[in-house]
Ligand binder design. Structure first.
Ligand code: TXA
Ligand code: MG
Length: 334
């Protein structure tokens, strides 16, 4: 099992030393836990891919502490970069920018761009400061499984494969960062708690939605052949079969031993109409979108640990943060 460090000075200094020396350390961020390594150390970055079972064609996000660090990694001259960084950093937003030569090709999967994020989690910021180098960090889960939102989640699914986890409590956002390709026509590559509307309000131009890097590769036969069959479809997936139903609808359940997950608390009369033996859960008392995002991965992991035959999940309203929740749910259901 991995050793768990906490938010005291000694442990933070130790995490920084380990990272600088090329060790892997799982770290808390406001979105999900990351599996971090010194972004300038190729061997360390390679170890991230092996610990996660991640294909080398899937590039990593590099986390920074300061504006100076961003400029070491990427061309920051596009005016939209400054607008977005000023508005949302530190925070749950990743910006894809032209990369500088210093960034090892393994980090960006050979792409001419690098994904950069300045996280807001106070402990993550202290770890970045202690490490003194930018940290490449994907979500700290085995490739294709549900992202971790607590240190225990990381311990449960990667504890045998990594030496150290820093415990920073439960993640405040609960879904991975919003990813934006910075260009004259900016593109949203992954929805998150910073919404398309938030981005458009700051940029003053429309932000088109585009498929993510891996999904595009999967469409490309040559690159797709490097991926094991089903590797992408099962992204974010628990082992238990997941089926979705429309927001506000009532699930059609025939099988026994199912779980049903609603967005908000349901009253007992509604629940009484479900087949006997069905267990019910909700993601938020009142369907609050931010709370749903914060709790959805933890509930998927919990249900995966129990013996349900399948789980039926109500979709979120398809707007605002609900777009990010539905994106993750539809992948879990694939
Ligand atoms: O919230 C988050 O973003 C978390 C925390 C740890 O920061 N990290 C995270 O990393 O979710 P990961 O590796 O699970 O997802 C990163 C995504 C990948 O799907 C990858 O394809 C995309 O970012 N990405 C990375 N570099 C890219 C690039 N140069 N161009 C396009 N997409 C890129
Ligand atoms: Mg991930």
């Amino acid at each position: 099992m991995a050793e768990i460090l906490t938010a005291n000075e000694t442990d933070i200094a130790r995490a920084g030393t380990l990272l600088r020396a090329g060790e892997l350390v799982a770290v808390p961020t406001e979105t999900v836990y990351g599996l971090a390594a010194n972004a300038f150390c190729e061997i360390a970055v390679r170890n991230i891919f092996s610990a996660k079972g991640r294909p080398f064609i899937d590039p990593l996000i590099v986390h920074v502490h300061s504006a100076e660090q961003v400029a070491e990694l990427a061309d920051v001259s596009h005016p939209f970069f400054k607008k977005l960084a000023d508005a949302f950093w530190p925070g749950p937003l990743t910006l894809v920018l032209p990369k500088k030569d210093r960034v090892p090709a393994i980090v960006t999967a050979g792409e001419p761009t690098v994904a950069v994020r300045m996280p807001a989690h106070p402990l993550m910021r202290e770890i970045l400061r202690a490490a003194g180098v930018p940290l490449a960090a994907p979500s700290a889960n085995p490739f294709g499984y549900v992202s971790p939102t607590t240190a225990q989640h990381v311990q449960d699914s990667l504890g045998e494969r990594i030496p150290t986890i820093v415990d920073g409590g439960a993640c405040a956002c609960g879904v991975e960062s919003t990813i934006v390709f910075v260009a004259d026509e900016p593109r949203l590559l992954r929805p998150g708690v910073i919404t398309r509307e938030n981005l458009e309000a700051v940029l003053g131009v429309p932000v088109a939605t585009e498929k993510g890097h891996l999904e595009k590769l999967a469409d490309d036969a040559t690159a797709g052949a490097q991926l094991a069959p089903g590797m992408l479809k099962k992204h974010y997936s628990p082992r238990i079969p997941v089926k979705l139903f429309a927001h506000g609808a009532f699930p059609q359940i025939e099988c026994a031993g199912c779980a049903v997950v609603f967005q908000a608390r349901k009253n007992p009369e509604i629940l009484a109409k479900l087949p006997a033996g069905t267990q019910c859960f909700w993601l938020s008392e009142d369907g609050d979108a931010a709370e749903v995002a914060r709790t959805v991965f933890a509930l998927l992991r919990r249900l995966d640990g129990e013996n349900f035959s399948s789980v039926f999940i109500e979709k979120a309203p398809d707007s605002g943060i609900g777009v990010a929740v539905n994106d993750r749910l539809s992948r879990a259901a694939n």
